[in-house]
Design a protein around this ligand. Sequence first.
Ligand SMILES: [Zn+2]
Length: 300
Amino acid sequence: MNVHAIQTGTVAVKTRQREGTGRGAARLPKTLIDRNWTDPLPIFAWLIEHPEGLIVVDTGETAHVADPGYFPRWQPYFKLAVREWVAPEDEIGPTLKALGFFPDDVRWVIMTHLHTDHAGGLSHFPNSEILVHRPEFENARGLMGKARGFLPHRWPPWFAPRLFELDPEPFGPFSESMRVTEAGDVRVVPTHGHTRGHVSVVLEEEAQLVFFAGDASYSEALMVDQAIDGVAPDARSAKETLCRIRELTRERPLVYLPSHDPKAPKRLDARQIVTAEVSQGAPATHDHINEKSARSEPTA
Ligand SMILES: [Zn+2]
């Protein structure tokens, strides 16, 4: 199946956001005061040319991030810990068109989570069915959503996503999942931690799985190393998520595609699976952890 990486500009975050330090509540302040920035990282969305219709995973960022006052000034994360560069032609609408696709022809938009660098391009899809995990939507909306670092007041006025819950249908080490396509070859699996309702999208191709990880980790190496980020409000869920993903890579050949990993498009094109080093890691021990223990806080 043809799958495209859609780059919608770049983002720099604190190095401690990419890989967190410290434990518990100290991780977020440590990220905010970190003086070291990452290089500008790509902001990816993805397009799957599925026989049942075009599927977009996340919508990338909007060029409006350059507008004065776009971000709430009282939110310390936006003031201290993130920089973004998005030109109008970098937005997902123009980028899709440059590839020969029209946003109006997209059947489903599946959101891994609702941070601005994933939801900034929603305005390009007024005619698509937009799928959002209900707990993610509840966590991101309203004043509390704003306090947690989401920008619900920037969602398009027509935004009324199809809110879904996961079904008790296991997929590999994940106890729940939801089929998106009739064929059952595109699914959503729970990857909470980075946000309360974060999910990832799995495409089953004949030989391998293609795993659209969202911000479950910022790179493949960090997933292999089981290193959680510096902003996840729930470190335990984040850890458990990385554990499950790594276990899935042991069960099935898997191409791992985080949203901000510069090497992801190359791995996608080559269908390069997560390999060897993974099998030398510690055994997965997620079974005793309660998945539904999430709280939430600011981020991108
Ligand atoms: Zn995020």
